[in-house]
Write a new protein. Sequence first.
Length: 95
Amino acid sequence: MRSCLLVLMEGTPPGFDITELRQRIHELEEVAEVTDLHVWCMSESKPILIAHVVVCERLGMDTAPALAAVQRLAKEYGIFHSTVQVAICSTPSAH
């Protein structure tokens, strides 16, 4: 019953440390900022991630490296599916 409610309420998987994941994404060389991050259960064994990250213009207009880096990290955390939106900022970050 509890797992059914978790899925229906789109809750974060039990024991999943979203704060740690946000920090790890922010530490990626390709990422300047994590502006939005959600992880929830599609089913008991299929966590889903949606993220919005910002990359600096210094990396050029190619957002593919940041997308690939976030998706690799999501796989490390056992994420079944991830959707990542990547935006480009023109102001340097303190990253």
